[in-house]
Structure formats: C-alpha cells, structure tokens
Design a protein around this ligand. Structure first.
Ligand code: DMJ
Length: 479
C-alpha cells in the first residue's frame, strides 16, 4: 500500500514535470511564431517606407505605390499604427504620431468614401489618441470628424456614399447597409473624447433609419437610397455590404451601454440565425434570403453567369460573424460556422473572395490578405480555449507565407486555384491581418487580454476601461 502510494506520487510528479516542459516548449514555439510575424511586419513596413512612403498603398510585387484618390490620405500609416503599439514597436509608432501632427492636413478638395475613411482614418486616429492622450492628435481627429459629419446631411440621416473633405459637398445616394449604418462605434468614441454628443447622435440616427425600415421578419435589405429611404433590393445576408452594421450594433452596445441598442441587436441576431442558416452534416453556412419572406434567393447572382444562384453565395468577409457571435456568448454557432470556413480555406490553401456553396465553386477566386478568418479563430481560441483554433491560425499563417510573401512584403492573390500573385497589399493587412496573427501567437504571455478591449471593424483596439458608462451617458447623450 505504502509502495503504491510512493509510486503514484512519483508518477504524478513525472507527469507535472512533463506537462511543464511541454507547455514551456509550446510557449517557446508560440513566441517564435510571434517573433516571426513581428519581423515580417517590420520587413513589410520597411518595404512601404522605401517604395510608398507618403502614399496610401504599397504595391508589393513591383515596388510601386497607389493612392485611393487624386491625393494621398496616408491610409497605410494610420492603419498600421495600432498594430505597432500592440507589437511594442514604439519608434515606428512615434514616427507616425509625429507625421500625423506635423504633415497631414484634411483640408483637401477630394471626394472620399464615407464608410472606408470612417473605419480606417477616423478609427485609426481615435486609437492613436487612445494610446497617446495627445491633444494635438485629438484635434486632428476631431477636424476629420467635423468634416465627416457633412456626409450625413441627407433627408433620412443616412450618409451619402461620398463627401468632399474640403467643401462638405456630397454625392452618391445609393449605398449599402454597412455604408449606411456602421458609424456608432467610432463616432461614439469621438463624442466620448470630445464630450460633444453630436457625433454619436448623428451616427445613431443613421442606424435608427435602417431599423425603422427592417422587414416584419426583422431583416434588412442590402442597398438603400439615403434620400428617399427606399430599399433598392430585398436581399438579406451577413456578407460584405451588410456585415459591420450588425457588428457595430453589438459592439456599440457593449462599449457605451446604450440600452436602446440591446433589443435591436437581439432581434437582429435572432432573425439572422432563424432565416439565414443553412446547416448540413458537414457545413454551417449563412445564405442569402429575401428580407420579406425569409426564403433563400433563387435568382442568378450575375447576369453573365446564370449558374451561380444568389442564395448560396457567400463572401470571405462573412467569417467576421463567428467573432461577433463569440463576443455575444454564442460559441456553438460560432464554432460550426468557423469550422465550415476553415474547411473552405483548406480546400484551396487560401480562401476565395466569393464562393457558391451550392455549386461548390468560387464565384470570384481572389484572396486579398483578408483578416476575418484569423480574427474569428483568435476570438474562439480566447473564449473557448480549444487548441484547434490555435492550430487554424498556425495553418493560415503558414499558407500566407507560402503563397503571398514577396521580396518586399506580402501580396494579394488573383486566383486561389493558381496562386497567381496580384500586385496589391491592402492597408488592412497592417491593421488587421498581422495584428490578429500576432495576438493569437502571444496569447500565452497575457500582454494583451481580449476581454479588456473592443476592436473597431478595422481592428483598432479600444480599452473598455477607458469608457465609463455613466460618463458615456452624458457625453453621448444616451437616454
Ligand atoms: C476591413 O476593411 C474591415 O474589416 C471591413 O469591415 C470589411 N473587411 C475589411 C477587410 O477584409
């Protein structure tokens, strides 16, 4: 009996020692991956500085650059900044802070896309202020926010697609739901920092304009006219074109505690899960349905390709959804949807931008270095602790290195069936893709704990503790 006890104790000690060596070596290999992501970020950033400094985008194959409009808006540095802070790259980050304060003026006679500049420029600048507390950065941010307000000057309160930074003129009355109502998060933060409720109130009005027009089934359509408030089509989905509308209902509620948003989010997510899910033994997709009937769309998606039926079309942007579900505590649906997207990634080695899950063929085969599948695996790994999600991210990084790495940085791919490179590196590669990879590989060291932050849709992080709910009520004028 005595001997048996000693034997058990020795065995247990052996197991503990073995476990701790294993987790030590696990942590070492994770750290190596994190270091690798960081050094690839630095290499790509140096590539941007060498070939594209001062411009919006680096062309990572030819070593050229591109601007979104006639003049640069410096989107790459603004988007890259918060990833530098997360990675502890202080010198690079300081350089961008200085650049923003000394060299950037928003007084440009340029029409810019309201949605895109909100998530990248306003979101990026707000994160810069969140990190620095520097009043000069807040001034630059508020100057941008003031100009953006003009975009919302429509009969419904939803913004025009374009606004002119200098003159405040607007154009483009036809927009999609994501472009109409994904502003509460950034504009709420701006209201909080400046103690001026006008930003949040303006953004919320646009959201309520959509909510007033949902169908009896509580579903939205895809496109809407901001002047008449009429739906331009009746397709409901969670793909690009609607995605961040849902994301910001939940995230704005979580960050500011505006109780009016909670039932809107709850009824919306319930409707999506009721009507859009198409489940089989091996897959869990979110399809496209008619907003009034909740029935799968049966018309061709494109006039020139009658074989692709709209109902079964998904886009790689949709895989932001498992992260949002996870944040809402719905791990079961999140895991099933993530597993399905993971299957698609592994079928090609990268994921196609558009995929028809009925015909099982890509609708548009490019991969633009998008982050969503990594983002969702990161959330699921954090919240469930299941190792398989870590393994997914490991795999995605290894495939990105294999197929997208160039001598200068990383490139998008024209076709995931041939892996032919495309001479373009979107700014969200700096902001999102590299950040979510790094955060997954450093999760063990607890230097950045997801529970403490909420990200905007461009992965700019905001500390929950920076936003006091009582103060938010006052500063955002929440009832
Ligand atoms: C990003 O610019 C944002 O996440 C946006 O909401 C949609 N997705 C792209 C990256 O894929």
């Amino acid at each position: 009996m005595h001997k048996t006890l000693i034997y058990i104790v020795i065995l247990a000690l052996g197991l503990v020692a073995c476990q701790s060596t294993k987790s030590k070596s696990d942590n070492e290999s994770r750290q190596q991956l994190a270091d690798e992501v960081k050094s690839e970020f630095i290499r790509s950033w140096e590539g941007y500085k060498k070939y594209a400094w001062g411009h919006d985008v680096l062309l990572p194959v030819s070593g050229g650059y591109q601007d979104w409009y006639e003049e640069s808006l410096h989107i790459s540095p603004i988007d890259a900044y918060s990833t530098m802070k997360v990675m502890g790259l202080e010198d690079y980050a300081n350089e961008i802070e200085k650049y923003v304060v000394d060299s950037i003026s928003w007084d440009k006679d340029l029409y810019v896309k309201t949605f895109e500049v909100n998530i990248r420029i306003l979101g990026g600048l707000l994160a810069m202020y969140e990190y620095t507390g520097d009043q000069m950065i807040l001034d630059k941010t508020e100057d941008f926010g003031q100009r953006m307000l003009k975009a919302f000057d429509s009969p419904t309160g939803m913004p025009y697609y374009w606004f002119n930074l200098k003159t405040g003129e607007t154009k483009g009355e036809k927009i999609n739901v994501a472009e109409a109502a994904s502003y509460m998060f950034e504009m709420g933060i701006l209201s909080y920092y400046t103690k001026n409720p006008v930003y949040y109130q303006t953004a919320k009005k646009a959201n309520l304009a959509i909510w007033e027009r949902v169908s009896d089934k509580k579903l939205v359509g895809e496109n809407i006219n901001v002047e008449t408030g009429e739906w331009l089509n009746n397709t409901s989905h969670i793909c690009a074109g609607i995605d961040s509308y849902y994301e910001y209902l939940l995230k704005s509620y979580l960050l500011f505690g505006d109780k009016e948003l909670e039932p809107i989010w709850r009824q919306s997510v319930d409707a999506v899960n009721t009507y859009l899910v198409e489940e089989s033994d091996t897959s869990y997709w979110y399809k496209r349905v008619d907003m009034h009937t909740g029935k799968k769309k049966t018309n061709p998606m494109y006039n020139d390709n009658p074989d692709l039926i709209e109902g079964g079309i998904v886009t790689l942007y949709d895989v932001f959804w498992p992260a949002v579900l996870t944040l809402d505590g719905d791990f079961i649906r999140a895991e099933k949807n993530q597993d399905t997207w993971n299957w698609l990634w592994n079928r090609y080695g990268l994921e196609p931008m558009i995929y028809d899950f009925d015909a099982a063929v890509p609708g548009y085969p490019a991969y633009d270095l998008n982050p969503e599948i990594i983002e969702s695996a990161y959330y699921l790994y954090h919240f469930t602790g299941k190792e398989k999600f870590y393994q997914m991210v490991d795999q995605y990084w290894s495939d990105i290195k294999k197929y997208c790495k160039t001598d200068i940085a990383f490139s998008a791919v024209n076709d995931v069936r041939t892996m032919e490179k495309k001479d373009y590196m979107p700014t969200f590669f700096f902001a999102e893709t590299m950040k979510y990879l790094y955060l997954t590989f450093t999760m063990h060291d607890k230097s950045f704990v997801l529970d403490d932050y909420i990200f905007n849709t461009e992965a700019h992080p905001f500390k929950k503790s920076s936003f006091d709910k009582t103060k938010a009520k006052e500063r955002l004028k929440i009832n």
